[in-house]
Design a binder for this molecule. Structure first.
Ligand code: ZN
Length: 379
């Protein structure tokens, strides 16, 4: 799995515990029904469990990913497949969109998923493909309604050379998630251009933590995003803090332990989520799934799937800011020419507003995924 040479040291002390659940909230499972006028599926079941069931036991090879994407695009009018560039070793960088093509794009929120910048972290790819497959099939009116209002945009394998070699770096030996300021690598350049083209309302960057690490922050799943700061656009902070709280709440419901870390101006921008969040002003979330005994691929992918679905739910329901107020990401400032290593932030985040689930749908039963110890011990 991933090596222990991570440099994410910023914001460690600002860990926020998940919200205490004072009342049982049935998340509005991507709840669009009231917006769309569609009827609520009375027995839709647990959408997270349904998507997780699509995860294979073992990671797909890059060739298998490519075949899967072609087959999905050929069989679903909701899926569009394009190449946004090529890796150092000339492998295609696939970008997939899933939405209702008959609905105007300007009416939709855009959720952008970046998976597997580190080639030896397959859970993000697995999660992205399961989400694509599920929403391509749109098995119920719920998913169909969601796709009237949401465009899922995913780069399921951002580092195909590394994926093929089962290693962290790309074909040039570069760590792509330290390349976002200098952008020397074709993979980083293609991702930056795609983000600029789609201007997402939220971005999730999916990673995995090594099973064993000396770093205190790497002992459990975590989420990292832009913290509340007067030096940052208030709308950006409202979005990131509210969505992170929502994700935290639902991780707790599903039995995933989660730490939440916040970034502030001054943190190194070389990492994708900080460059896109702190510098470019897109609500961006680093999602780190912890590896280890009792945490098989589907369990780690389930962590990413849950984060993506909750983020989508927040976008669709607009818990913080009406979408019209968030048309253009704000420019935060110039990145340092020679970025320092990640700094440890000391400022405590301001208390974010409580999450608001404004639309209640058919119950999204929080039938929990098995906890790590309930799963098999294979990794
Ligand atoms: Zn990673």
């Amino acid at each position: 799995m991933a090596t222990d040479d991570f440099l994410i040291t910023g914001s460690g002390p600002n860990m926020t515990r998940p919200l205490a659940l004072t009342r049982r909230l049935h998340i509005a499972a991507l709840a669009l029904i009231l917006l769309s006028g569609a009827s609520a599926p009375c027995c839709a079941g647990d959408i997270i469990a349904q998507i997780v069931e699509r995860c294979p036991a073992q990671p797909r090879t890059f060739a298998q990913v490519t075949d899967f994407l072609h087959q999905t695009a050929e069989t679903s009018s909701r899926v569009h497949l394009e190449v946004i560039g090529y890796s150092q070793q000339s492998r295609p960088l696939w970008l997939v969109t899933v939405t209702n093509p008959d609905r105007p794009p300007e009416e939709k929120m855009r959720l952008f998923i970046i998976a597997r910048q580190h080639g030896n972290e397959p859970a993000g790819t697995t999660a992205a493909l399961a989400l694509i497959e599920h929403f391509a099939a749109a098995p119920s009116s719920l998913e169909q309604a969601v796709l009237n209002h949401l465009q899922i945009i995913a780069v399921p394998v951002a580092n195909p050379d590394g994926a093929e070699a089962d290693r962290r770096a790309n074909g040039a030996g570069m760590d792509l998630n330290r390349d976002w300021v200098s952008a020397t690598q074709p993979e980083t350049q293609a991702l930056q251009a795609a983000v600029e083209k789609y201007r997402p309302h939220a971005i999730l960057d999916l990673h995995e933590l090594p099973a064993y690490s000396k770093r205190a922050a790497y002992q459990e799943n975590f989420l990292e995003t832009v913290g509340a700061s007067d030096a940052l656009p208030s709308q950006l902070c409202a979005y990131t803090t509210a969505i992170s709280r929502n994700i935290s709440m639902w991780m707790s419901q599903y039995g995933y332990n989660l730490g939440v870390y916040y970034d502030y101006p001054g943190d190194s921008l070389r990492l994708c989520h900080r460059y896109l969040g702190l510098y470019q002003g897109f609500p961006t979330f680093l999602c780190e799934a912890k590896c280890g005994p009792g945490r098989p691929l589907a369990y780690r992918a389930g962590f990413h799937i849950l984060a993506c679905v909750v983020a989508a739910n927040c976008l669709i329901n607009g818990p913080v800011v009406p979408r019209r107020q968030y048309e253009q990401p704000a420019q935060v400032g110039q990145p340092p020419a020679e970025p320092a290593e990640a700094q440890l932030s000391s400022a405590a985040p301001a208390a974010p507003p409580p999450p608001t689930l404004t639309v209640q749908l058919s119950p999204w039963p929080p039938s929990r995924l098995p906890t790590p110890m309930e799963q098999s011990s294979s990794d």
